[in-house]
Design a protein around this ligand. Structure first.
Ligand code: NAP
Length: 233
């Protein structure tokens, strides 16, 4: 049994990760920014006792620090961290506002960095700690101008920056044995992805969990798609 922390766990991909990983027998700590919007998690909690729900707004440094301070004080181990919480702004270069740019960066990049950093004491208690940053092909610089949809400038830049966080954190944390990867879930039918998306959320999560099982011990600082194939940075 692994202990797995998931941010943004109350809906979408985070909720499905929680559900599938509980069914595999893991302990899940589900971070949610609004404890009043956790009906789906409460339902799961009635079925699985190894689900803990914690308040965590990734864009609020005090919230991040206090969540992981509590976990450290409880001597909690984290084997796997999913930096999953994220927001979208579909506006292009001409339409995006500086306020929105800041908001998207604060959640998708700064939030992920704060969570990753605050979780290190708990990750160090694991024998094989792994951090998975939920990235996107929209954050791939290499894919720009090819067949990939584009135009969501704040989101794309934030995910490209998240990929740099993956790469640098993988280097900085290697001496602690903490591996860090970026993983794209594909285009998924969630509130963010919309109903036209390619994958049901259950299928995307099933593929991603299989891809994680196929990781080799030295794999870190890499950017993978839901099927486990590498994506160009
Ligand atoms: N769906 C796709 O096609 C797709 C494609 C590529 C990458 N991704 C990435 O996959 C991840 C999950 O996406 P999704 O499709 O599941 O999105 P979603 O359905 O919109 O869910 C987003 C989740 O993030 C949470 N969240 C947002 N801001 C937060 C904050 N400041 N603090 C804590 N939680 C916060 C939301 O909580 P609330 O309920 O409180 O808002 C919600 O639980 C994201 O990082 C996204 O960029 C998704």
């Amino acid at each position: 049994m692994n202990t797995i922390f998931i941010t943004g766990a109350n809906r979408g991909i985070g909720l499905e990760l929680t559900s599938q990983l509980l069914k595999e027998g893991n302990k899940i700590i589900a971070g949610c920014r609004n404890l009043k919007a956790t009906d789906n998690l409460r339902k799961l909690q009635r079925e699985f006792e190894k689900l803990e729900i914690m308040e965590l707004a990734v864009d609020d440094e005090d919230s991040v620090v206090s969540c992981f301070k509590k976990l450290s004080e409880d001597n909690q181990k984290i084997d796997l961290l999913f930096n999953n919480a994220g927001i979208m702004d579909w506006n292009d270069l001409n339409a995006v506002t500086s306020d929105s740019l800041e908001k998207v960066y604060r959640t998708n990049l700064i939030g992920a960095l704060l969570v990753l950093r605050a979780s290190v004491p708990c990750l160090r208690k694991s024998n094989q700690p792994l951090v998975v940053n939920l990235s996107s092909r929209l954050g791939s610089i290499g894919l720009r101008g090819n067949t990939q949809l584009g135009g969501a400038i704040a989101y794309q830049c934030s995910k490209a920056a998240l990929n740099m966080l993956t790469k640098q954190a993988a280097i900085d944390l290697s001496t602690l044995g903490i591996r860090v990867i970026s993983l794209s879930p594909g285009w998924v039918k969630t509130e963010m992805g919309g109903i036209e998306a390619k994958y049901e959320v259950s299928e995307s999560v099933r593929l991603m969990l299989q891809a994680l099982k196929n990781l080799q011990p030295g794999d870190s600082g890499i950017f993978l798609g839901e099927d486990g194939t590498e994506i160009s940075w």
